[in-house]
Ligand binder design. Structure first.
Ligand code: PLP
Length: 373
């Protein structure tokens, strides 16, 4: 059997070898509970605090503003729950958010909030003007992701956050797809909360963090109640190896942003230059590691299955909605015609130029066969 080519890094990435080596001792030799007061526990606690500093440093935050969680979904749920603590009744969410944020927005609506979804431009951007039109002094929270998981579109977070703050609203960004390719600076952008997930940047699954600006900390109720871990905000024994892994992974990702982007540009160009069919979804401003391509006349789900049989792993939309028969919300909201014929390709740091050209040739052959071209 030939080896699969994996172009689904937006769904998840492999754990980096250095990251695995950093985590390994904490499964065995240093297996201790980081909350234990004895010397052994304190060794684990020191490693957790080092990882917290690595995470904070990668986004220009203070270490005490980083709260470890189980990943992107938990961080999003927690961040969006902040609206309940305000006495305001409006929440503004971009219409191209991940399912987790959309589901939280729906839950807020069911608890009496007026939820307004802001549509993107046809270039995939949430325009500051569009936010200005719907925000008012009664807005508790604005939620816009940093990088879209379907198109790679980069959102003007600093500008959007500035607007939210002018109206006294909190600003939350889901930066789950941004860590590899973007310099995230919470002091510069001013965001109040930012969500990150380890498995998107070569750390294990099931670990992430939520940045919470110190001024906002008291506004956020604990999502998990119990012990005093994470300053009483997120109870439960800390998963030391995963947290250590994420610290190492984010430090590495942050150091390699330029290299990562340069590589993603080359791989993306190689792929597109070798592709005979399909229309790439163009964005106003995007990362190079994620792209969606529409293959007119072929259902995306059917094409993804046929590509998988030919050894190419890619997806129709986000992995979380893989079971859904509807096309990605992002593309529908952008007004993409034939959004049901789109495939997402996402490249990683190990994707070679050779793999990119084989992948494109595989797509050419499969599309030709399915369309009888
Ligand atoms: N937000 C975005 C933009 C994502 O792409 C994902 C995962 O696909 C998530 C949130 C959810 O993250 P996790 O898988 O860590 O729960």
């Amino acid at each position: 059997m030939t080896k699969n080519i994996y172009l689904d890094h937006a769904a998840t990435t492999p754990v980096d070898r250095d990251v695995m080596s950093a985590a390994m001792p904490f499964y065995s030799d240093v297996f201790y509970n980081a909350s234990s007061l004895h010397a052994c526990g304190q060794r684990a606690a020191a490693a957790v605090e080092h990882a917290r500093e690595q995470c904070a440093s990668a986004i220009n935050a203070r270490a005490n503003e980083v709260y470890f969680t189980s990943g992107g979904t938990e961080s999003i749920n927690w961040a969006m729950s902040v609206a309940d603590r305000t006495n305001k009744k409006r929440v503004i969410v971009s219409a191209i958010e991940h399912d987790a944020a959309i589901a939280c927005a729906e839950a807020l609506a069911s608890r009496g909030f007026e939820v307004i979804y802001v549509k993107p431009t046809c270039g995939g951007t949430i325009a500051p003007d569009a936010l200005e039109k719907v925000i008012d002094d009664n807005t508790a929270l604005v939620c816009v992701m940093t990088v879209n998981n379907i198109t790679g579109a980069i959102q003007p977070i600093k500008e959007l956050c500035g607007i939210a703050h002018r109206y006294g609203a909190l600003f939350f960004t889901d930066a789950v797809q941004a860590v590899n390719s973007m310099e995230l600076d919470v002091k510069d952008s001013g965001v109040d909360m930012l969500a990150v997930s380890g498995h998107k940047f070569y750390a294990p699954k099931g670990v992430g963090f939520l940045y919470v600006k110190n001024d906002v900390r008291t506004d956020l109720d604990p999502l998990m109640r119990g012990g005093e871990q994470e300053k009483g905000k997120r109870a439960g024994t800390v998963d030391v190896p995963s947290v250590v892994a994420m610290g190492k992974a984010i430090e590495k990702a942050h150091a390699y942003i330029s290299e990562y982007n340069a590589h993603a540009i080359l791989v993306g160009e190689k792929f597109l230059n070798s592709l005979k069919y399909g229309d790439i979804i163009r964005c106003d401003n995007k990362t190079s590691d994620i792209m969606s391509v529409v293959f007119d006349g072929i259902n995306g789900g059917r094409l993804a299955v046929a590509l998988s049989c030919a050894g190419l792993c890619c997806s129709v939309g986000s992995a979380c909605s893989a079971g859904s028969a509807t096309p990605p919300r992002t593309l529908l909201e952008m007004g993409v015609k034939n959004a049901d014929c789109a495939i997402r390709f996402s490249f990683g740091k190990h994707t070679s130029l050779n793999q990119a050209s084989i992948a494109a040739r595989t797509v050419n052959a499969v599309v030709k066969k399915l369309c009888g071209k």
